[in-house]
Design a protein around this ligand. Structure first.
Ligand SMILES: [Zn+2]
Length: 356
């Protein structure tokens, strides 16, 4: 089927279906920025996706590296973050799809990709450590299982981990470490006057069993709150695939030009059960002159599924929001997001309009 410039987000997403199962997170993000998957003929050598508007082609491996790969691997030999996506772009210059922003695109972060990622650095170290312990699991596991720690009931072990790990609030605000930076941290850590204590996270490096059990604590019964979808996106990239599969609850402000890609990545978080939306637009879709990023922002939001609790909040009494409890838009959003995981939505998009 011909995929033209007006191909809506759900249709773009469907072109990847069944072919990118291992890389669902990348496929969703590609659809968000306007790409479709070209199923290659058997004799084709290169496999990848192309933009429905400017036809820019990007190889599959390049997309996976740029949209899903570890942020730590983006550093060059000097330890600085690489700018760009390693010599390619998802669009030709002036493509109108560029209005949907990718936060790690140097143009979007204004060259702020230098320095170390706090959460990313820690995750990288945990993963490096846990992959090392995975390799030596056979010899270690017997030793571990004889440890008195593992003779305790699981809930007691979790209680011990909770006391050792850094204390996080039930609602933890994630903020940017520096303005225009890709680094994120908790608001509490940013405002702490004393030197930050990273030793508490050493627990996660003990062994893979403890790592997996304890990491769960960071996400269970905890809501992560973001002032923008750009911060949400950077957080989701920093916590990596494993973290994204643990994330349960998110509180997010919108709308913004990073919504489409951030919501697409959020849709790949399989355990997401609670979502609070703070929306500052009086209508879900503007009445006329609908830019691509607005339509795609809403379409990507409505592709999220399997959420149990959808709440609508506001940052102040004067905030005009279409997503207020009792409103028609709120009912549509809740109905779509709470459908069973993986079930197709009931919204059809015709020329940028929502057909409920
Ligand atoms: Zn393009």
């Amino acid at each position: 089927m011909f995929q033209g410039p007006s191909t809506p987000y759900p249709e773009r997403l469907r072109t990847f279906s069944g072919f990118w199962n291992e890389h669902e997170a990348t496929a969703r993000q590609l659809a968000a920025i306007g790409h479709v998957y070209d199923r290659p003929p058997l004799e084709a050598i290169e496999e990848g996706s192309r933009c429905v508007t400017c036809s820019q082609f990007v190889r599959r491996e390049s997309s996976i590296r740029a949209l899903e790969g570890s942020l730590g691997h983006r550093r060059n030999q000097d330890g600085d973050y690489e700018t760009g996506f390693g010599g390619f772009a998802f669009h030709f210059p002036n493509c109108e799809r560029l209005q949907v922003k990718i936060p790690l695109d140097p143009q979007a972060t204004l060259g702020g990709l230098h320095g170390g990622h706090r959460i990313g650095d820690l995750r990288e170290r945990w993963e490096e450590r846990s992959s090392r312990t995975t390799r030596s699991t056979t010899s270690n596991s017997e030793v571990l299982q004889t440890s008195p720690l593992f003779s305790l009931p699981t809930e007691l072990r979790l209680e011990i981990y909770a006391r050792i790990l850094p204390q996080l609030d039930e609602v933890t605000d994630i903020v940017s470490l520096h303005r225009d930076s890709a680094r994120v941290c908790t608001k509490t850590a940013l405002t702490k006057a004393n030197a930050r204590d990273y030793s508490k996270a050493n627990l996660l490096r003990c062994c893979k069993t403890i790592h997996d059990e304890a990491l769960d604590i960071l996400y269970t019964n905890r809501t992560y709150r973001f002032g923008s979808s750009k911060l949400l996106y950077l957080f989701l990239r920093n916590i990596g695939h494993h973290g994204r599969q643990q994330l349960r609850s998110v509180d997010i402000c919108g709308p913004s030009r990073e919504d489409a890609i951030a919501f697409s990545l959020l849709a790949s978080c399989s355990k997401l059960r609670s979502l609070t939306l703070r929306w500052t637009r009086p209508t879900l879709l503007m009445p006329q002159a609908r830019p691509i990023w607005v339509t795609d922002s809403v379409a990507a939001l409505l592709e999220i599924s399997g959420v149990h609790a959808v709440e609508f909040a506001s940052d102040g009494p004067d905030v005009k929001s279409c997503l207020k409890e009792g409103s028609e838009d709120a009912a549509i959003v809740r109905a779509q997001l709470t459908r069973p995981k993986g079930e197709s939505g009931s919204i059809r998009w015709v020329d940028g309009n929502m057909d409920v």
